[in-house]
Design a protein around this ligand. Structure first.
Ligand code: URP
Ligand code: ZN
Ligand code: ZN
Length: 534
């Protein structure tokens, strides 16, 4: 009996033995009352716990092959050709389609209190949108409460109670003292957080000084956590905003004009150099400009461990929309750093395709048009943020793969695997391998997508990608082993998502100790000097 046959027999036995448990599984009802397309949410689902995906092109970041994927109880059991199963297994024919790891979005803000309001998508509606677009995990930013990390963490645990898919947390650092330093340790050692974000912009609210940045970098390094930066020079942005108001420019175009690419380039360079000074890895979030990207390219070329994250809006949009005469149309595109002039997006795409930038996020931070109208008379009061959780996978596929800029394996890398590696949860996430979580999408390259606020699953009444069409459609999303998106029907179940703890010391920390030792031995100091006698 060959090993393939043994596996098949084993699967048949397992299938038979567990048939009854499948049939007796209780129904779980999706939440029909609070936002995402109610018409898609009327069906009670008895989602099978045994699924066989047959005949698709199974794509991992390192390899692709035609194979079957067998899933049981939320875990991928086997990936191989011609798996045979008995009754009680849901079979999905994926012939001619791509079977890939579900997307992991490294950068979201759900239920975030910001600029006098709160993002319109909470953990349920944002995740419902994500699942409909093929993203099965995201990492959200915990904002401390009055500087307290523990209070911030507890608040976000509550916010995430209704999660319909797996999620993790980054944590922002907004002030510095002994308590914050101690709490960072607790977050890493006890709460499963392995990354901290430092804002160099948003003067007067989230912005921190270089002194704090240095303290934060040192602490991250000692804990094996990854420091992340929002890189814009906040003092200069403040000055730029004053200049625009003095010139009588109060509309959304003032947002772009007040914080030009040079300010993003300066802060990116500063953060990189300070990270180099401390000898810690660094993750630059939402890289929006050529200026910032080139700083990252330079640092990586010199051997520094810097990760650059473009976001979908920066890759595919340009700033001409901010000059739209209709306030509502223009305001929906206000985010920071701003969406840039034509040319930046294409350069960021090229950087992504050549490995200068490594993974794509969304910075999903949605406000509806009533919230955006808070800044009708003053662009400084327009809540910053755009949507993207539902659209990221389709737009990256269409913009990068269909155009021929990246391969399908690269698509998996930049939308899923690299995120899992950086945040130290690979291969549990980001892979279609035996033992990995069954977070899987089936994408039909011959089908097409159409984006509209009339059909999207976010609670927002607008969409910055309104009207976009493209090739490739996520036809099935499986999250935690359950089919949650199929036939354009969403079956997101509140409370079914799990918090994913992320351990410290990811691969970027390899070699850091050696570099420290090399640095110390290069100092040739202190010099022992003989005391001169007169
Ligand atoms: O405009 C943005 N990016 N809003 C979310 C907060 C941030 O800076 O990531
Ligand atoms: Zn930011
Ligand atoms: Zn953000």
């Amino acid at each position: 009996m060959d090993s393939c046959h043994i596996t098949r027999v084993a699967l048949l036995v397992i299938t038979f033995l567990s048939l009854f448990s499948t049939l007796s599984e209780s129904n779980q009802f999706c939440d029909a009352g609070i936002g995402y397309g109610e018409s898609t949410c009327t069906v009670a689902s008895t989602s099978p716990s045994k699924i066989l995906i047959k005949g698709g092109m199974v794509v991992n970041a390192h390899h692709q092959e035609v194979a079957d994927v067998y899933i049981e109880d939320g875990i991928i059991v086997t990936v191989q050709k011609n798996i045979v199963v008995g009754d009680g297994v849901k079979i999905i024919d994926a012939t001619g389609k791509y079977v890939m790891p579900g997307g992991i979005d490294p950068h979201t803000h759900l239920a975030m209190e910001f600029m006098g309001t709160e993002t319109i998508d909470d953990f349920f509606s944002g995740q419902a949108a994500a699942l409909a677009g093929g993203t099965t995990m995201h990492i959200d930013f915990v904002i401390p409460v009055k500087g307290s990390l523990s209070a911030g963490f507890e608040a976000y645990v509550k916010k995430a109670e209704r999660s319909a898919m797996d999620y993790g947390f980054h944590m922002a650092i907004t002030k510095w003292d002994e308590t914050v330093s101690r709490e960072m340790e607790i977050m890493v050692k006890e709460k499963g957080i392995n990354s901290f974000k430092f804002f160099l912009a948003y003067k007067g609210s989230l912005m921190i000084s270089d002194e704090l940045l240095l303290e934060g970098f040192k602490k991250c390094k000692s804990l094996g956590a990854l420091p992340m930066v929002h890189a814009e020079n906040g003092d200069a942005v403040f000055e730029g905003q004053k200049r625009m108001i003095e010139l009588g420019i109060t509309g959304p175009e003032g947002h772009a004009l007040s914080r030009p690419p040079a300010l993003e380039g300066e802060a990116t360079s500063r953060a990189i150099r300070l990270a180099g000074f401390v000898n810690t890895p660094l993750y630059v979030v939402h890289v929006m400009s050529i200026d910032a990207m080139e700083e990252i390219a330079k640092a990586r070329k010199s051997g520094q461990k810097v990760v650059g994250e473009p976001v979908v809006s920066g890759l595919v949009l340009n700033d001409t929309v901010l000059w739209d005469p209709d306030f509502q149309t223009a305001a929906k595109f206000v985010m920071s750093p701003p969406i840039r002039a034509p040319g930046h997006g294409k350069a960021l795409q090229a950087a992504l395709s050549t490995g200068v930038l490594q993974l794509v996020g969304t910075d999903h931070c949605t406000f509806n048009s009533t919230q955006k109208a808070l800044g009708i008379d003053d662009f400084r009061k327009i809540p910053n943020g755009v949507n993207g959780l539902e659209e990221r996978m389709h737009l990256v596929w269409d913009t990068m793969v269909v155009s021929g800029q990246i391969s399908v394996t690269d698509f998996v890398r930049v939308t899923s695997t690299e995120c899992a590696r950086i945040f130290n949860i690979y291969p549990r996430k980001g892979a279609i391998l035996a033992g990995s979580d069954a977070d899987i999408i089936i994408l039909n390259p011959n089908s097409s997508f159409h984006i509209s606020s009339n059909s999207h699953h976010s609670r927002s009444d607008t969409n910055v990608y309104e009207g976009r069409r493209g090739k490739g459609k996520v036809e099935v999303t499986i999250a935690g082993g359950k089919i949650v998106w199929e036939n354009d029907e969403l079956k997101a179940v509140p409370g079914s998502g799990k918090y994913i703890r992320m351990p410290p010391f990811n691969y970027l920390y390899d070699g850091i100790e050696k570099a420290d030792a090399d640095y110390l031995s290069s100092l040739r100091a202190p010099v022992i000097r003989s005391v001169r006698t007169a």
